[in-house]
Design a protein around this ligand. Structure first.
Ligand SMILES: [Zn+2]
Length: 143
């Protein structure tokens, strides 16, 4: 499966400790890196973060997207809960439900990622040459 040619999709190294991840906006993420990441990390981050050409297992694409959406919903529910300071039952119930959804998606994602890992590592070797990724970070030896 190839990805749609829009700004949202599965990218290599969206974050420095991930081989790949869902990116809601490449331009948005790149702007964030330029504004907020240490200057000495920016070239590497910007060079390595790129849309995966594939083919990528469709199930993996679907779950990565679902997990990212669930993560955003959880962040929003957490912010609402903090604002309400635990004063409202509805807010807490929404947060609990959102958390349960996020946990369920994370579990599904983990099992699919495990199955797809060898395939993604093969693809990474082809699509991301001269990459310092060591299985944990794109900045080996810096922590
Ligand atoms: Zn890489």
């Amino acid at each position: 499966m190839t990805q749609q040619d829009n700004d949202e999709g599965l990218d290599w190294h969206v974050r420095h400790k991930n081989l790949y991840g869902w990116c809601f906006s490449e331009e948005g993420r790149k702007a964030y890196i330029r504004q907020h990441k240490p200057i000495e990390e920016q070239e590497t981050r910007l060079r390595l973060m790129k849309r995966i050409i594939g083919p990528i297992p469709p199930m993996l694409i679907r779950l990565c997207k679902e997990a990212s959406i669930a993560g955003r919903a959880l962040d929003a529910a957490q912010k609402t809960r903090l604002k309400a300071r635990g004063g409202s039952w509805g807010v807490q119930e929404t947060y609990d439900k959102t958390l349960q959804t996020w946990l369920a998606v994370q579990e599904k994602l983990r099992s699919v990622q495990e199955i797809c890992q060898p395939e993604m590592e093969r693809l990474h070797a082809v699509e991301c040459p001269d990459c310092p990724w060591n299985g944990e970070t794109i900045f080996p030896g810096s922590e």
